[in-house]
Design a protein around this ligand. Structure first.
Ligand code: TYD
Length: 134
């Protein structure tokens, strides 16, 4: 079954401001093959609506906030990301939706694989069938 975890990144700060460093297989617990970011999300938009077969991801709201719906096929949790030192690690079979983006939200995502449409499950019933099989 899929799972998620909140990661607390150490903030390196001084009188000039703050800095957070993410390193693969260290505070980001996989090899980082891809980074993408979601921004300028329009009011009321809900994104995602998919699961992944193999992909691991860490999502960080480096600015603003948004809420993840995390569905493992048995229960749903909602996690609001509103802090650049919090990462949401998602691995395994998890259906995710992202909503309630503030206009200034910049959501950075670190991914363990290159983009591959074949890794996506975009049909909810197919997702449930896979959860039941695993
Ligand atoms: P989509 O999967 O709809 O994003 P989300 O799940 O966050 O709502 O992706 C939007 C478009 O961007 C779609 O055409 C696929 C493309 N895309 C890439 O080319 N590379 C990527 O790494 C990602 C995440 C998406």
């Amino acid at each position: 079954m899929g799972d998620y975890k909140l990661l607390d990144f150490q903030t390196l700060g001084d009188e000039r401001g703050s800095l957070i460093a993410l390193e693969e297989n260290y505070n980001a617990p996989f090899e980082i093959k891809r980074v993408y970011y979601i921004f300028d999300t329009k009011d009321g938009v809900i994104r995602g609506y998919h699961a992944h077969i193999k992909l691991k991801q860490i999502a960080i709201a480096v600015k603003g906030s948004c809420t993840f719906v995390i569905d493992n096929g048995k229960s749903r949790d909602e996690i609001t990301l509103d802090n650049p030192n919090t990462g949401l690690l998602i691995e395994g079979l998890i259906w995710r939706e992202m909503k309630d983006f503030t206009p200034d939200c910049v959501l950075v995502v670190l991914a363990s694989e290159h983009y591959d449409e074949n890794d996506y499950i975009r049909d909810y019933q197919k997702f449930i069938d896979l959860v039941l099989k695993n």
